[in-house]
Design a protein around this ligand. Structure first.
Ligand code: SAM
Length: 220
């Protein structure tokens, strides 16, 4: 239940040193900030891949299931002890990302957000639980920097169309074209570095990708 979640009142109340002890020091003014968030990170495969591609960037997985987030934390701890100079920039926290995102990130903080194989919530009555929806997009726009990128992948065509429709309709996001996607080194990692992506590959499932850029607010 939700009362089990421990979350900071505001982003400045968050103790990131606990998650990145080699990178963040409590009280220091020069701490790097988390820039990538993998929402519903599952078993953490994408983050583990990105950690060594972007060694200077702090990245966090947000996962609601206790056992799954514990698994990811243990996995990262093991990787850190085997490779003392790597994986210091990656961490996972257990939270409900649909409720607490602005408690963790301040305005304009994130440069990349990942939504890989989000739960489809097939039935119409359950669509409100989809992690991409009109209300939550306002929060995603808030925590993202101008120029920041949202990546979405799913094997469910109906969910893909839903995500494309809602994000395209939002005034602060613009779809990124194919020509740009081929130049983005992250894109090729989106399909099978995560565990759900590997499962879809094993089952010969479809993979639908859509990428969006946070654009500037003309009223700001
Ligand atoms: N992204 C991962 C991958 O590609 O392997 C996992 C995909 S899995 C189908 C969806 C994940 O989202 C599950 O691990 C689930 O527990 C998590 N999730 C669902 N709702 C969430 C929420 N509100 N906050 C955080 N995680 C959530």
């Amino acid at each position: 239940a939700d009362h089990c979640f421990d979350y900071p009142l505001t982003p400045s109340d968050m103790n990131w040193e606990k998650y990145y002890p080699e990178k963040v020091k409590l009280g220091s003014k020069n701490n790097p900030e988390v820039q990538f968030a993998d929402i519903g990170c599952g078993y953490g495969g994408l983050l583990i891949t990105l950690a060594t591609m972007f060694p200077e960037t702090l990245m966090i997985g947000m996962e609601i299931r206790v056992k799954v987030s514990d698994y990811v934390m243990d996995r990262i701890a093991a990787l850190r002890s085997q490779n003392p100079n790597d994986y210091q920039n990656v961490a996972c926290l257990r939270t409900n990302a649909m409720k607490y995102l602005p408690n963790y990130f301040k305005k304009g903080q994130l440069t990349k957000m990942f939504f890989l194989y989000p739960d489809p919530h097939f039935k119409k009555a359950k669509h409100k639980w989809r992690i991409i929806n009109q209300c939550l997009l306002a929060e995603y726009a808030y925590v993202m920097s101008v120029g920041g990128i949202i990546y979405t992948v799913t094997d469910v065509k109906d969910l893909h169309e839903w995500m494309v429709q809602h994000i395209t309709e939002h005034p602060l996001f613009k779809r990124v074209g194919e020509d740009e996607l081929v130049q983005d080194p992250v894109v090729s990692k989106l399909f099978s570095s995560s565990e759900e992506g590997q499962k879809v590959t094993r089952n010969n499932g479809d993979k639908f990708l859509a990428v969006f850029r946070r654009i500037s607010d003309p009223y700001e």
